[in-house]
Design a protein around this ligand. Structure first.
Ligand code: CAA
Length: 267
């Protein structure tokens, strides 16, 4: 089912739902799927406004159109000639969109089918997991342009690979291959070319069999670890307490005791 077109006309994103999994394709292949401001606003709208209200999918895959790129970065052309404050505004829109992805109530996996550079790697890092094809290439090349990451890369790269390696990748602008990204913990799995979406679907379909409220709470708790304003341990106690009162927990525990498959309803 296509998204509600009355609310936003999506010019740069393609949507496809199969087996309760929504695949969103960034569709600007001529520019290697570089994310311009309209594309970023579409992502922000979907993950911040429309997606949370929809119940017709249980997980999301983000990928790039064509053979060559996931996303080759923010669209460089839009940064030229910006006036005072305009660059910060563009950056903030990206921050908001990626925040909504990172905090989405269902799992979001990046299927990295080629170049994931700059704002493209930042998009992948905002997702909950990353599957890379063997030909994927990743990096933060902003300093080559006299620029810095503008969509959270200076923070999320440190979270994923640690300070030393993040510093090296950010300062040298080196582009790394998929096997190196796997070694660093930047991606979860590397698969043969063309199998990245299938692998992401396999993971999402497994997660879709679990208690949906528990999945949402787990995403929230893992994110809480990185939020300086939240005590993740206290939040875990609170959320655990709530979990034990849910119909899903009663169903999951009963199914275990009765040696049958649980039928979760998300309540
Ligand atoms: N923005 C705009 N257009 C881009 C783009 C980008 N980030 N990346 C690629 N393109 C365009 C190219 O301009 C080219 O368009 P034309 O055919 O109209 O000239 C087309 O995509 C194909 O690209 P190439 O001819 O360069 O392809 P290639 O195979 O020779 O090289 C590449 C591939 C190594 C990925 C190279 O395109 C490249 O280096 N791209 C830029 C990568 C980059 O610097 N990304 C960071 C952007 S800044 C950023 O993201 C900031 C932030 O955090 C917010």
């Amino acid at each position: 089912m296509p998204p509600d077109l009355h609310r936003m006309t999506y010019e740069n994103l393609l949507f496809d739902i199969q087996n309760d999994i929504l695949t969103i394709t960034i569709n600007r292949p001529k520019a290697l799927n570089a994310i311009n401001n309209p594309t970023m606003k579409e992502l922000r709208y979907f993950f911040g406004t429309e997606g949370p209200t929809r119940s017709d999918f249980k997980g999301v895959i983000i990928t790039g159109a064509g053979e060559k790129a996931f996303v080759a970065g923010a669209d460089i052309k839009q940064f030229l000639g910006l006036g005072a404050g305009e660059g910060a505004d563009l950056s903030q829109i990206g921050h908001d969109a990626y925040f909504f992805i990172e905090n989405f109530d269902r799992p979001v996996i990046a299927a990295i089918n080629g170049f994931a550079l700059g704002g493209g790697l930042e998009l992948a890092m905002a997702c909950h997991m990353r599957i890379a094809s063997e030909k994927a290439r990743m990096g933060q090349p902003e300093v080559n342009l006299g620029l810095i990451p503008g969509y959270g890369g200076s923070q999320r790269l440190v979270q994923l690979v640690g300070k030393g390696k993040a510093m090296e990748l950010l300062l040298t602008a080196d582009m790394i291959k998929a096997d190196e990204a796997l070694r660093l913990g930047l991606v979860n799995h590397v698969v043969p070319v063309g199998e990245e979406i299938e692998k992401a679907k396999e993971i999402l379909m497994k997660i879709a069999t679990k208690g949906p409220l528990a999945i949402t709470k787990t995403i929230k708790l893992v994110n809480a670890y990185f939020d300086k304003n939240v005590d993740g341990f206290a939040l875990e106690v609170e959320e655990f307490g709530h979990c034990t009162t849910t119909a899903d927990f009663r169903e999951g525990a009963s199914a275990f005791i009765e040696k049958r498959k649980a039928n979760f309803i998300g309540k």
